[in-house]
Design a protein around this ligand. Structure first.
Ligand code: SF4
Length: 353
């Protein structure tokens, strides 16, 4: 019997009606690719939370990046981010209009572009959760060239859960393994104290099934705690060196999330001593001028259900645009762009294409 079959057997024995939310785009990918929702007992519902960094980046941030690109600055970004719609198109659209927008695989690629072309201004559009923030902090501490700066949209996981926990109907959480490698498992203890089992999980199908089994065991025992089901990568205290680097370069600030609004203390901003690398400060006037006529009153398309999908309240096929006007090759909302997005995975792995 395979490890997955054994785990499923045990899960069936302990099965009960339960809603489990993960907060990680890579977890969603594993769950969808392996069809885990279809093999779990029907009463065990696995919901996708706001764990895909591309999905939660608001239009305003994309518009800022486009404003820079339209002003003759080289804007570098991860591939998925280039396809997310802002108020009037994506970075990819800006590139097709002649702007210099380049796809990179890391901040080091972006720095290399700046080093190679010292006469140009180069901005790295930095997205992501605690997983990617330390890498960007380390790059800033290495003092990149003066023509290089960061447009930051970093998000923090814990405040997002805090903001959602009273609004959503959920019984337990699977904590994001990559984020836990940086921040450890202690920051999640506050949720266990409120009565939510929470398990840090790895990214293989059997690791996710193990985390579901551990949740069911906690619920059966009536004990709610944080447990580490990914000990080969996650230390309880996380990566202290990475935490120190993040803290040295960035500080916590309120942040806007696509579909979720502004969440207190859920983002990161560059500390004043590193302002020479802060594109939001260096190009503040230019961004303000370019964006002065954009209105964000109805920031999401009225038909796009991304806001409820990011809160685990809806499934993608509840959205009237799903697989019709909104597809991976023509995404209307951010959840359809990235391989970590719920709508993308629903489309890709539930036989719609
Ligand atoms: Fe938004 Fe497209 Fe998903 Fe609908 S299918 S919620 S439009 S991303």
């Amino acid at each position: 019997m395979s490890a997955e079959s054994e785990l499923l057997e045990k899960i069936r024995t302990l099965s009960r009606p339960v809603k489990i939310m993960h907060i990680c785009g890579t977890h969603e990918r594993t769950i969808s690719r392996n069809g885990l929702r279809d093999v779990l007992p029907e009463e065990i519902e696995v919901l996708s939370g706001p764990g895909c960094p591309v999905c939660v980046t608001p239009k305003e941030e994309i518009d800022r990046a486009i404003a820079l690109a339209e002003s003759g600055i080289i804007v570098t970004s991860f591939g998925d981010m280039m396809r997310v719609p802002g108020s009037s198109g994506s970075l990819m659209d800006a590139r097709s209009r002649g702007c210099d927008v380049r796809m990179v695989y890391s901040i080091d690629d972006a720095i290399a572009i700046a080093e190679k072309d010292p006469e140009s201004k180069v901005v790295f559009f930095a997205i992501g959760f605690e997983t990617t923030t330390p890498t960007n902090a380390a790059a800033i501490l290495r003092k990149p060239p003066e023509n290089f700066s960061l447009l930051l949209t970093h998000k923090l996981t814990i405040p997002a859960i805090e903001a959602l926990i009273d609004e959503i109907e959920v019984d337990a959480f699977i904590a994001p393994g990559h984020v836990c490698t940086i921040i450890g498992i202690h920051p999640f203890e506050q949720f266990a104290e409120k009565g939510f089992p929470i398990i840090a999980a790895g990214f293989e199908a059997d690791e996710l099934l193990l985390s579901i089994l551990m949740i069911l065991e906690q619920l059966k025992a009536g004990e709610y705690k944080v447990e580490n089901a990914y000990p080969r990568a996650v230390k309880d205290e996380g990566n202290v060196r990475a935490q120190e680097m993040m803290d040295k370069v960035f500080k916590v600030t309120d942040s806007q999330w696509r579909g979720l609004g502004t969440i207190p203390d859920s983002g990161m901003v560059m500390r004043p001593e590193f302002s020479q690398y802060n594109a939001s400060i260096i190009y503040a006037d230019l961004i303000a001028e370019k964006m002065k006529n954009i209105s964000y009153e109805n920031s999401l398309s009225s038909l796009c259900h991304c806001a409820d999908i990011l809160k685990g309240k809806e499934k993608p096929d509840n959205c009237p645009l799903f697989s019709k006007k909104c597809t991976p090759s023509n995404p209307v909302g951010s959840c359809m762009v990235s391989q970590e997005g719920m709508c993308y995975n629903w489309f890709r792995y539930r036989g719609v294409d």
